[in-house]
Structure formats: C-alpha cells, structure tokens
Write a protein that binds this ligand. Structure first.
Ligand SMILES: C[S@@+](CC[C@H](N)C(=O)[O-])C[C@H]1O[C@@H](n2cnc3c(N)ncnc32)[C@H](O)[C@@H]1O
Length: 419
C-alpha cells in the first residue's frame, strides 16, 4: 500500500483522516443527491419512482476529521442519508406524504476489508436495515468495471433512473467505454473524479506506460496537444480543463458535461468532479449544488475560465488571513450575471429572438450560471430596455420568466438600427 493511501480495516477501527477537498466533495454529493430526489419525485404527477444509486469505489464508510477529531461519514453513508432527507422533503414540501420511492444502492469496492468496515459503520449508524436487505442495498466485492455489466442489466430491468458516483484513486479504473455504457442507459448520470494530475504528469514526462492508458482508457489521442512545455500556467490549466470537458463530451456522448475543480493549493487543480448527464434538469440541479459548495472567487479574479466553480482548501483562507466564511457568493453573483451577456446576447439578437429554455440549453455548459442567474439576467436586460419578453404573442412584464417565453431584442432597439 502506498504510504499515504487511504485505507480501512475490516473491524472499522481505523479511520483515515478526511482531507478538506474530500469534505467538499462529500458536501457536493449530498447536496446534489438530496435535490435530485426532490426534483425527480417532487416535480412529477406520479407517486412512485425507482432509482438505483451506485457508489463504484465506496471505501470504508467513515473518516476522522482532523479539524475537530470527530467522525466524518464517507460517500455511501452520505448518499443514503441524502436520499432519506430528499424523500422527507418530497413528503412535506411537495405535499406527497405517501410517495413511494424505491431506492436501491449498490456499493462496490475491490478491497473486502473496506466493505466490511462500511458494513460496521452502517450498522453503527442504525442503517442495518440496508445491509441486511439485498433488495435495498448490495455491497459488492470486486473491481467496478467487472461488476458494471450486471448492474447495467439491473438498471434496465428495473427501468430506474440511475446515478453513478465514480471516485477512484487513479485514472485507469474507469474507461471511456464504461462511461458510454452508463450514459447509453438514458435516465442516467455520473459524477466522476478525474485526476487531472495524470494528464499533467503525462505532459511533463511523456512516459510510455502513461501513454498507453492515455490512449486506451481515456481514448485521448488528439487531445491535450500543447505546443510549449507544460508548466501549469493559468493559460495551460485553462486549456487542460477545456480539453478535458470536450474529451468527455465527445467520447461519452453525454449531452451535458460540466466540471467542478478541487484545488490542491492556491492555484493548482488536483482533480475535477465531472458531471455527465443526459438531462438538462439534472445539470441544472448539479450546478445549483456546485454554487452551494463553491468557495472560489472565480469571477472577480477572472479565473472562471481556469477553474470554473470549485473548492480551495482551508489552507488558502488561512494563508490569506480571511475568515473561513468569507462570502464569495455575493461577489460572484453579479459578475456571473454580467458574464452571461457574452453568451446570451448574441443568441437573443440573432433572428426573431429565442425561447428561454433554448437559451439555457444552448449555453448551460459554457458558464457557471444557474437558472436563477438566467432569469435575473433577462430581468436586468428588460429593465435596461435591451430586451422584451413575449408570452402568448404579447409582451409580458412578469418577472417570473417561463421556459416557453420568447426573449427578443427590444423593438425600439431594432428600429434604431435602421434610422
Ligand atoms: C477514494 S476511495 C473512495 C472513497 C469514498 N468514495 C468516499 O468518498 O468515502 C477509493 C476506493 O476505491 C477502491 N478501489 C480501488 N480500485 C478499485 C476498483 N477497480 N474497483 C472498485 N473499487 C476500487 C479502494 O479500495 C478505495 O476504497
């Protein structure tokens, strides 16, 4: 075992220290899963839904938080708890008290002692109902890629919506083919930890072994072709990020691909959490979760193209003598809306305007904005008399922009062009 590798013992007594970026990842996953359940179950007229959630590299279930010495739950436990909280919200907030959610969990790990440790901690938290019921939850010992085929069959049989958390240590355990197979299911999505370190190392050393994985696992031939020596400059990091997202779009054929950066130190991305989804709604929910966890002042520092949304570890705030709760959201909010100008106005100004839902569809992967920012942007442009909003053939002044509304250049602006 590598010296610093995270590991668990079968009796659950060893708790690895949780890193700040892992905590950020956990918070993002639980925020997302909870809202995903609320959206899936709350916004339809039906009263039942089947979901299958796979944590393909689940680990031993519990960490120790070095900040306070307390226990910190790992991803599989957080996933179950987030689904339960989401369902509670559906019952109360969406007034569906008898909603029937059939959620099944599959947790996989290649180390038996990690699964044993997970079982111990689940039992300790009162989740024995899950560990003792294979209809609800399976703990599978083996390599993720070798388990995938039977899981795909199960998703198809159940006709369930599925979510795959793929959080390996390295970069060779999940292939592009694996991801294509998952996305092909249809109502499926993936949150994948992509170690950009691997690409950086490959670019720096051109190592033969790395090259083989680069070609066969990542199918990355023709990508990351830098002219200059790789030195982690902001421009080069921006290039790596763009290439990575484009590579995933092309190879997995997912309709919606967006990334969240987890930074190692002040300026170096350690890995990306890449969200691959077949529905715009899923991506919308994920972007809102990313906003909730983002602590980068990415826009005011013009770093949005390098990092996008992401998380800088606590050391950054300490080294800057900033309070940890330093609120980057407010500074980012208005900057984000202003930034939408670049992407949205050309679409609004071309032709006879554009339906609001199409505006979002065409640009959701190009910027960090959430649907609320889009609405705010349209309202600000309307107040500035730059655009008009047309509903059922008439101008509307409603601030609640609807997906079917047409956004077009204000009439007097159009005539001004010809006078
Ligand atoms: C980063 S840890 C997972 C941590 C966990 N997702 C969490 O956040 O609490 C990665 C885990 O994947 C397991 N693993 C490594 N290679 C694997 C493979 N090919 N298939 C399944 N699990 C694997 C390791 O044993 C380890 O427990």
């Amino acid at each position: 075992m590598a010296k610093n590798e995270t590991f668990w013992t079968a009796d659950g007594s060893h708790l690895p220290d949780v890193q700040p970026h892992t905590k950020a990842k956990h918070r993002l996953v639980e925020e997302y899963i909870q809202n995903w359940i609320v959206t899936l179950c709350g916004n339809n007229i039906g009263k039942r839904k089947k979901v299958l959630i796979v944590d393909g590299f689940c680990g031993g279930g519990m960490y120790r938080d070095p900040e306070n010495g307390e226990m910190w739950a790992g991803s599989p436990i957080r996933i179950i708890q987030a689904v339960e909280k989401g369902l509670e919200r559906v019952k109360i907030e969406k007034s569906k008290p008898d909603y029937d959610l059939q959620a099944k969990y599959i947790f996989i790990d290649s180390k038996k002692e990690h699964l044993d440790s997970l079982r111990v901690h689940m039992m300790g938290l009162g989740l024995g109902d899950y560990t003792n019921n294979p209809e609800k939850c399976e703990l599978l010992w083996g390599k993720f890629d070798q388990q995938l085929e039977s899981i795909l069959l199960e998703v198809k049989k159940l006709r369930a919506s599925s979510f795959f958390l793929l959080d390996p240590f390295g970069y060779t355990d999940v292939s592009m083919q694996n991801m294509r197979d998952i996305i092909e299911l249809g109502k499926s999505e993936i949150l994948y930890t992509f170690m950009i370190d691997f690409v950086r190392r490959f670019l720096k050393t051109n190592n033969r072994k790395l090259k083989l994985s680069f070609q066969s696992v990542l199918e990355a031939d023709g990508y990351y072709e830098l002219k200059d020596t790789y030195k982690d400059t902001p421009a080069q990091q921006e290039y790596l990020k763009d290439q990575t997202l484009n590579l995933f779009r092309k190879r997995t054929k997912a309709d919606f691909v967006y990334g969240f950066s987890l930074l190692h130190n002040q300026s170096l991305v350690k890995y990306y959490l890449i969200h691959l989804a077949s529905s715009v709604v899923a991506q919308r929910v994920m972007k809102s979760a990313m906003w909730a966890q983002n602590n980068l002042d990415f826009l005011c520092r013009h770093h949005d193209s390098v990092y996008g949304m992401g998380h800088k570890s606590v050391y950054y705030f300490e080294s800057q003598n900033l309070p940890r709760c330093f609120d980057v959201k407010e500074t980012n909010n208005q900057a984000c809306i202003e930034k939408l100008d670049e992407h949205l106005m050309p679409l609004i100004y071309s032709g006879d305007g554009i339906q609001f839902s199409d505006l979002e569809l065409k640009t959701i992967q190009t910027n960090p904005a959430t649907i609320k920012h889009y609405v705010e942007f349209v309202n600000q442009q309307r107040d500035a008399k730059e655009v008009e909003v047309i509903r059922d053939g008439k101008i509307t002044t409603s601030k609640q922009v609807k997906s079917t509304d047409i956004i077009l250049r204000a009439k007097y602006k159009q005539t001004k062009l010809f006078t």
